[in-house]
Design a binder for this molecule. Sequence first.
Ligand code: PLP
Length: 389
Amino acid sequence: MKINTNYDNIQNSYLFVEIANRVKKYTASNPSADLIKLGIGDVTRPLAPCVVEAGIKAVKEMGVSSTFRGYSPDSQGYDFLRKAISDYYALMGVKVGMEEIHVSDGAKSDCGNIVDLFDKNNTVLIPDPVYPVYLDSNIMSGRKIIFCKATEETNFAPLPDKSVDCDIIYLCAPNNPTGAVFTTNELKCWVDYANEKGAVIIFDAAYEAFVSQPDVPRSIFAIDGARTCAIELCSFSKTAGFTGTRCGYTVVPNELMGGKLAKMWARRQSTKFNGTSYIQQRMAESAYSPEGIKQCRENIDAYRQNARLISEALTEMGIYHTGGVNSPYVWLKCGMDSWDFFDKLLTEANVVGTPGSGFGSCGEGYFRLTAFNTLEKTKEAIERIKKIF
Ligand code: PLP
């Protein structure tokens, strides 16, 4: 037996473990410290009432023989949910057919699994800093990786370098961790570049619901030419608070390699995945109903307000940052080693954030704060941060 030695090349995912260790150590010697957590990218507000109702109704259906459901007839998702997702795209002015939508248990699984469709010898272009799953899943399958450096010069939204050749491009906008976004023209540059190179863009739109500026596309399919070069990953996690409920979807357009990739993804999923539960799919459907969108928006607006307050305070203090407008993340320049800043914030302000270096080497010297706490705690954290700068 030989193991997949590519796993030896993955860095230990020590970021959140190390944060937890440092916090634990600090609270052990300072038991009365009132810590405010602006670190982890997980939602905190409860599910929308109509989503909960849809879940209860679905559970009750499962308890009655006439409405009980076993395996779903199609592992790509029930038609009712695929229709709701297609209608949701239509609200953005984007046409995505039901058959192009593949429902899953979340964007992370799709993000890790999509690599199954591509040859090992492809070169992969990954932004730095970014959500670490793109990097790790490609290291696991042994692909050549090159980085697209995101820096202050481009406000962490870099454009393609035409002299660089690659086959698979990851883009995440609004970005985790930087909160940076692409305007329509900027995203069009990436789409044109991918079409010219014959590359595929894997576009992670997990934070699309946070976009508030009109010239920032929420879907890559809002861009002309994207249907021949892009796959979009999306999720109910941040849009509807489903991080613990689990539901996401991937759109593989029919024009991509003449429909070959859509067929391959459907085949991959039906071979290795037996579908998301009926109950989750009914809850997700409800999140995209007119009432669901309204109720989920109230939660998003609350996070957005927190992000805006953090961003405004940093602007007032003259601290360079990105995000906070179209994103629950604020990415600030800490002017020192990211971990040293983590310790300073923890010990002097009792605020927990995330060191930027955990998201890639270009994240060194930067720091991520998140909007997923309450308004009161966020305001209190801002006051404390002001005192240490
Ligand atoms: N994509 C990005 C950019 C994320 O930040 C996250 C979670 O934090 C995910 C995907 C995972 O989403 P899901 O909860 O749907 O698996």
